[in-house]
Structures are given as structure tokens and as C-alpha cells.
Write a protein that binds this ligand. Structure first.
Ligand code: GAR
Length: 206
């Protein structure tokens, strides 16, 4: 059973999707702690309502690595094995990444390497791509550049707005993020260069 640490900054719908999968026994893990860098994040209030250990570590005005040291200390205090960024709108320092090698996951609302960074759905729409989607990847020192675990494709419709497109991408995010976490929690991913290879599931008992 692995311990998950969830980091979020806002709404927290991906966190909720993960929490439901965990509660349904679909991921061999438990949520050990939820951390928000913003006091007013709805996701933080939701975590409290769900009775999960959750706290705010405010990031405002703090230097990046000093902040990350505070967060890593709390994650370690809770015995976290896998860190899931769920709408956590901060770039992690090399220090943080080295503390959890290949054990930090992020969800991004585009088919990486297209449209990294912020406003991915808006930029995809404006660019005129016919297909976009979402990506779960391991976090490295770049911005949305780490090895890709899984992706889902969402077609763009002629009448899409940023809101309608984002909503359809979000549905897919909620489906693939728990699935990717399950693969990592089951120790089924292997890295070959930048490629993430998925190992078959072992029959029960092996
Ligand atoms: C999600 O769409 C996620 O993919 C995106 O923020 C949203 C958070 O929603 N993340 C990024 O853009 C990271 N670069 P949520 O708080 O409801 O999970």
C-alpha cells in the first residue's frame, strides 16, 4: 500500500477523482496528506470535508527552494511515496524533484509536448488544432517536459469555446489520472530513456 501526497492550488476536481478511485479500491494506495499553497483553494476545503489530513502551506513571498523544503518535510512526515500534482500551479525546484525521483506525477490539459505551461486549452483552440487532450507525466526539472505515462485525445469541435473544450478535457483528466497513479502505485512503469513502458499486471499472489 503506497502513500499518496496530493498538491493542489485551486478547484481540486482531479484530487476528488483520485480520492474516489482510492476509496473504491481501484488504486493500491491511500491519501496520506493533501497540501495546498493557497488557503482559499476549494480543493483544500473539500479534503477537510472528506476527513483527509490536509493543510495549507502558503507560498506567497517565499523563495522557491525554501518553500519546497517546507513542503517536502511535511510529505516525509506523512510517509509519502508518490506525489501527485493536481492543479498545483508552481514549478518545483530541483531539490524537490531529487527528493522523490520518478515519483512525482503531473496532469496537464494538452497533448504534450504541445502547449506546455499555462492556458493550454485556450492556446490549443487559438492555434486551431483539431485534436487536443491531456497528459499524465513524471515531473522533471523542465516545465511539463517529463516522461509521459499516458494521454487521452479530445477532438476539437468548430463551436468549442475555451469552457466547453476544457470541460471535455477535464472528463478525460479524471479518467486517466487515477489510472496513471494506479500504474505507478503497482510499480508497473519502467523507464527506457524518456519512454515509459508499462509492465503487465502480475496474477494475484505473485
Ligand atoms: C486541470 O485542468 C489541470 O490539468 C490543470 O489545472 C486544472 C486543475 O483543475 N493543470 C495545469 O494546467 C498544470 N500546468 P482541478 O483543480 O479541478 O484539478
Amino acid at each position: 500500500m503506497k502513500n499518496l501526497g496530493i498538491l493542489l492550488s485551486g478547484r481540486g476536481s482531479n484530487f476528488e477523482a483520485i480520492a474516489h478511485s482510492v476509496a473504491a479500491g481501484q488504486i493500491p494506495a491511500r491519501i496520506a496528506v493533501v497540501i495546498s499553497n493557497r488557503e482559499d483553494a476549494p480543493g483544500l476545503a473539500r479534503a477537510w470535508q472528506m476527513g483527509l489530513p490536509a493543510r495549507c502551506i502558503p507560498s506567497q513571498g517565499k523563495e522557491r527552494e525554501a518553500y519546497d523544503r517546507e513542503v517536502v518535510a511535511v510529505l516525509k512526515e506523512h510517509g509519502v511515496d508518490i506525489v501527485c500534482l493536481a492543479g498545483f500551479m508552481r514549478i518545483l525546484s530541483p531539490y524537490f524533484i531529487h527528493e522523490f525521483p520518478h515519483r512525482i506525477l503531473n496532469i496537464h490539459p494538452a497533448l504534450l509536448p504541445a502547449f506546455p505551461g499555462t492556458d493550454a486549452q485556450k492556446r490549443a483552440l487559438e492555434y486551431g488544432v483539431k485534436y487536443t487532450g491531456c497528459t499524465v507525466h513524471l515531473v522533471d526539472e523542465g516545465v511539463d517536459t517529463g516522461p509521459i505515462i499516458c494521454q487521452a485525445v479530445v477532438p476539437v469541435r468548430d463551436d468549442d469555446t475555451v469552457e466547453t473544450l476544457s470541460a471535455r478535457i477535464l472528463e478525460e483528466e479524471h479518467r486517466i489520472y487515477p489510472e496513471a497513479i494506479r500504474l505507478v502505485a503497482e510499480d508497473r512503469i519502467r523507464l527506457e530513456g524518456r519512454r515509459v513502458l508499462i509492465q503487465p499486471r502480475l496474477p494475484a499472489g505473485e
